[in-house]
Design a protein around this ligand. Structure first.
Ligand SMILES: [Cu+2]
Length: 129
């Protein structure tokens, strides 16, 4: 093969590698979302204690109980930086609940349906690097 043709072929290979790399970079999410599976039932969460890194977290809620339940986050510590509650989840249903948790700390997890926290629907969420 003449030299000019070789250079042309090498150029095409290089272009393909560059484009392929750019497409790969575009497909990768800038900030990966952490996923945590949480079971809910009378009366508690499974697991009761969860640990995540700071950032966006997708809590994949599943109601294994018979009543409706939800998933609330309060904290960290005694402050009220994050106070969010998911929609209620019906028996047998699932719900993906996404929350931004930028700050380290220990948060309380609670079901805010009347009487549920008192019966044991609470847990601990630790955010740390
Ligand atoms: Cu509940």
């Amino acid at each position: 093969m003449p030299m000019r043709k070789w250079i042309h072929v090498l150029g095409l290979v290089a272009l393909t590698l560059v484009l392929g790399g750019a497409m790969y970079a575009a497909a990768a999410p800038a900030v990966p979302v952490q996923e945590v599976r949480v079971g809910m039932k009378e009366w508690g969460y499974e697991p009761k204690e969860m640990t995540v890194r700071p950032g966006r977290v997708r809590f994949m809620l599943k109601n294994d109980g018979r009543r409706q339940h939800n998933f609330g986050i309060i904290g960290p510590g005694s402050s009220k930086d994050v106070t969010v509650v998911s929609d209620n989840v019906r028996s047998g249903q699932t719900l993906n609940f996404e929350v931004d948790l930028p700050r380290d700390g220990t948060y309380a997890v609670i079901c805010d349906i009347e009487g549920h926290r008192e019966r044991g629907m609470e847990g601990t969420l630790i955010v740390r690097r």
